[in-house]
Each structure stands twice: as C-alpha cells, then as structure tokens.
Design a binder for this molecule. Structure first.
Ligand code: SAM
Length: 268
C-alpha cells in the first residue's frame, strides 16, 4: 500500500473528522438507497457510508487505492469497490434496474465539470436522485449563482436546468492532506430536469446555452449574431420580456427558454 500522493489524480485526502460526518449526513437516510461514491481514496467517506447504505459502489481510478479498499471492505457484502475511471464508466450498468442511486464524492477537482455533465446526463435518464459533492469553492459558487451576479454563466444555467442546488458549507485547505491550494465547498444537488416544464428539447437547449454564454462581454443579441442568426430572424423572434441589450448573464432560465422556443419557430 502506498500513501504517496499522485497529484495527477487530484488526490487531497479529507482528514477533518467533523467534515466527513457532515458530508455523509448531507445525503440523508440512505438505508434503502444505492450510493455511488466517486473517488473514495483511502475511504474517509466510504467507511461512514458502508454501515449506512443499503448498497455502496465506490469507483476509484488509482489501482493501489482500489486494492486497499477492496481488502478493507472484504467482509462487507453491501460494498463493491470498482477500479476504473468514472468518466469511462456506464453509471446505468451499476444501478439496479428500475431504481435510482444517490452520488457522493470529494471530487478530483481537475475533472469536476466533466463529472457534472456525466451526472446531469444520468439525472436526465432518471438514474439519479441526489448528489453531495465537494469541489473547489469558486466552481461551487458558479454552479449555485443566480442571474445577475458575476459568477452566473454557462455552468450555472446548465446546472440549474438539470438540478436544484444547495450550497452547504466550505472547508479550508487544512481539512485535507496534503492541503490543496484552494478552499473547498460541499454542494447538494437534487436532480430535477426542467426541460419539459420549460418546453425545450434538452440537446437543442444545451447547444443554445453554449451559444448565448459564449462571450461574456457580448450582449445576448451579439452572441446569437456570432452564432449565425441573422438580424431579421432575431427581430421577429425576440420576446418582449427581454430587453434588446440584455446579456445572457442577467437572465433566468424562463426568458432564455422563451427566446429558444421563439427562435425554433423562425427558420434561420
Ligand atoms: N474521497 C477521498 C477523501 O475524501 O479523502 C479522496 C478524495 S480525492 C480529492 C479524489 C479521489 O478521486 C482520489 O482518490 C483519486 O485517486 C480519485 N480519482 C481521480 N480521478 C478519478 C477518476 N477519473 N475516476 C475515479 N476516481 C478518480
């Protein structure tokens, strides 16, 4: 067993005992739940989840850590350690058919956005209920930001069309060994995709969000011009509720969806 940190895997292990309890408590009652843990490391969270969860599946990229945990939990039949890359893993295959899972993880920060997109896709497929995730504070602030504040942008809009977000608590670098260079925040997501309610198709609305948040300095109108919408189409489709000079960063999902729907009815 090696305790040597492998920086390329984003390995900062949680050593604050109150924090690891608070993270697991944030998932609520898991006695009849399947829980997926991303990046269990040495098992700081895993060892609290194992006696509480009906079924725990922990996905660890590092071979030596996965082997260490497989040995540690060998007598706990409700715990499965899977060695592999979460981003290469088909989450659907891990979740018993007809059920949903909860996700927990002190994430490897270098792939936070990719993991989030993977979880949103699984949430849309009806596979997930909630997630408690630790990430870099600045990223957490961007996920949970409201329109009009400087952190609001593509990440907030993409997150909030897929899930309700609670920003729970922040930990200093000293909660980890080795300490990272940044503060860390724990968020809870409740997967509740809003595409149907907003009357938008998920893939089309995803692409639209990327277009309208492409350049922060540009107005919504100019970002759409850059995405090759012509001025006549924009004039014909523009909803009265959106000021002509508005930036996407100032608008909630409802007016953005209204614009998307209106543009979908006007051939480009
Ligand atoms: N959960 C542990 C804790 O709180 O002490 C470790 C957290 S550490 C920030 C992130 C963990 O994710 C490491 O154990 C790392 O090896 C693992 N990891 C990194 N990339 C991964 C990937 N692509 N798939 C699965 N696990 C990964």
């Amino acid at each position: 067993m090696s305790n040597k940190r492998k920086p390329k895997f984003g390995q900062n292990f949680l050593v604050d005992d109150n924090a690891r309890h608070a993270i697991v408590d944030a998932l609520g009652d898991i006695s009849n739940r399947t829980v997926l843990e991303i990046g269990p490391g040495h098992g700081a969270i895993t060892s609290l989840l194992a006696p509480r969860a009906q079924r725990l599946i922990a996905l660890e990229l590092d071979h030596s850590l996965a082997a260490e945990l497989t040995f540690k939990f060998r007598d706990q039949p409700n715990v499965t350690i899977v060695q592999g890359d979460v981003l290469e893993t088909d989450l659907a295959a891990l979740i018993p058919e007809g059920t949903t899972a909860d996700v927990i993880g002190n994430l490897p920060y270098y792939i936070t956005s990719d993991i989030l997109l993977q979880l949103f896709a699984a949430g849309r497929a009806g596979l997930l209920n909630r997630a408690v995730l630790m990430m870099q504070r600045e990223v957490a602030d961007r996920l949970s930001a409201s329109p009009g504040v400087k952190e609001y942008g593509l990440l907030a809009a993409t997150t909030q069309v897929n899930a309700e977000v609670d920003n729970l608590f922040t930990l200093p670098p000293s909660a980890f060994n080795p300490p990272p260079d940044v503060f860390s925040t724990v968020l809870r997501l409740h997967f509740a995709p809003r595409f149907e309610e907003l009357q938008v198709d998920p893939a089309g609305f995803d692409s639209f969000l990327k277009q309208i948040f492409a350049q922060k300095r540009k107005t919504l109108h100019n970002n759409l011009r850059a995405a090759s919408y012509d001025p006549e189409t924009l004039a014909a489709a523009w909803p009265a509720e959106i000021p002509p000079q508005a930036r996407a960063e100032s608008l909630a999902l409802e007016p953005l969806a209204a614009l998307y729907r209106a543009l979908a009815q006007h051939p480009r």
